[in-house]
Every structure is written in structure tokens, then in C-alpha cells.
Design a protein around this ligand. Structure first.
Ligand code: CA
Length: 230
């Protein structure tokens, strides 16, 4: 992450809160402490934190209620700090949408590992969409939105017509396409030339792909047409 990660420590026992703050500051996190549950909930709603360490037993609103109410509004990572090794508390916390929990007293190393894990999981979710569409065959990749083609990571320069022809072949991978089909699809119905133009452009593509990269992409099916396949 480029900027400092802000961790909100919600803990009413000053000794524990202070210990967490010193350790987390030392690890390079930015921290804030709140000991009252009701104010903690308000601050989570108003201030931009990246992760919440949430004690269960708090004056004002308790940790379980905070977790439940926060989850109705945001998916900020929450790690519950359970005072006792109480299975019910852990299960309840996770049911309410907490990302993880840790039992007090805990080793700082374990808490740090859980913090990193919760932050990583959240980043992964955020990065999932939107996935860019790409068309592949062997090590050839086409990115239709960017109008780019790469073979083994090397970009290939294609003219507009070569690109359209390749895209049509890729979208119909493994299907044998007749010259007439290609002509209609890539050149349009009103194209008045003869089907030789297809053969000519297939040759251009082969020179830039098959020949240049010493790999067979485009197959000729005699008497029928062309296909691109694995
Ligand atoms: Ca407490």
C-alpha cells in the first residue's frame, strides 16, 4: 500500500489500548484510540480508517453491536479482541461479519499477522473487478478494449483489418470459418471484392504471427476455410 494504513483501536482498557498503539505505530501504522463504544461507532462512520480492532466489552455500545451496525454500512476489516477464550464470542463475532478475532492476552506477532491478512484479503476483493476481457490462444493474447495484441508478452502491430480478422478468428476459436463467412463478418456484406482478399489477409497475419514467432496459430482446412486453435 502506498499510503499509511490507519488502524482504529477500540478498547476501553487504557493499558491495552496504549500497548497496541505503541506496537502498531512502531510497525508503521497510523493509529487512533477510542474507549467508548457509542463514540467508537460514530467515529468509524465519520473517519476514514482502514481497519478496526474491536474489543467486545465496552462502555456504551458493546463490540458485537458495533460490528453488526458497521457491517450494515461498510465492509471495513474488523478484528474482534475477545477478552476470554470464549467460543461463543468468537462465533458470534464472525457471524456478525467480523473478519477475524484474537483472544486476549495475545502475542503481538500473531495480531500483526492477522491484521496483514485482513488487509490483504480486502485489497484482493477490491481488485477483482473490473476484469479486462481478453481473448487467448497459446501465448497470443488480444485485449479488445485496448486494441492490443501480444504474443509471449511482445506486442504485435496490426492494421485495422488484420486486427478485425484476428478478432473474428479468436472469438470463434476452434471453429472452421469459410472464406464467405469471414468476408461477410470482417469486410461486411456489401464488400464487392472476391474471396481472395481473405487469403491475402490471412497471409499478412501469418507473416506477423506464425512466421515471426515461429508458432502455428492459423490453420488452413483445405476446401473449407481457416481456423485458429490451441
Ligand atoms: Ca473491554
Amino acid at each position: 500500500m502506498d499510503r499509511t494504513v490507519r488502524i482504529f483501536i477500540v478498547e476501553d482498557e487504557p493499558r491495552i489500548a496504549r500497548f497496541l498503539q505503541i506496537e502498531l505505530d512502531h510497525e508503521g501504522f497510523e493509529t487512533a484510540i477510542e474507549g467508548n463504544g457509542t463514540r467508537a461507532f460514530e467515529r468509524i462512520m465519520q473517519e476514514p480508517y482502514d481497519l478496526v480492532l474491536l474489543d467486545v466489552m465496552l462502555p456504551g455500545m458493546d463490540g458485537m453491536t458495533i460490528c453488526k451496525r458497521v457491517r450494515e454500512i461498510t465492509d471495513i476489516p474488523i478484528i474482534m479482541l475477545t477478552a476470554k477464550d470464549d467460543l461463543e464470542d468468537k462465533v458470534a463475532g464472525l457471524d456478525l461479519g467480523a473478519d477475524d478475532y484474537i483472544t486476549k492476552p495475545f502475542a503481538m506477532e500473531e495480531l500483526l499477522a492477522r491484521i496483514r491478512n485482513a488487509l490483504r484479503k480486502r485489497t484482493a476483493v477490491q481488485c477483482k473487478a473490473p476484469i479486462e476481457e481478453c481473448l487467448r490462444v497459446k501465448d497470443l493474447v488480444m485485449y479488445p478494449r485496448r486494441y492490443e495484441v501480444e504474443v509471449g508478452g511482445e506486442s504485435v502491430h496490426l492494421t485495422k483489418k488484420e486486427y478485425s480478422l484476428l478478432e473474428y478468428l479468436l472469438r470463434n476459436k476452434r471453429t472452421v470459418l469459410t472464406r464467405d463467412q469471414i468476408l461477410q463478418e470482417v469486410w461486411g456484406y456489401d464488400y464487392s471484392g472476391d474471396t481472395n482478399v481473405v487469403d491475402v489477409y490471412i497471409r499478412y497475419l501469418r507473416a506477423k504471427l506464425d512466421d515471426h514467432f515461429h508458432e502455428k496459430f492459423i490453420y488452413t482446412v483445405r476446401g473449407v476455410g481457416y481456423a485458429i486453435k490451441e
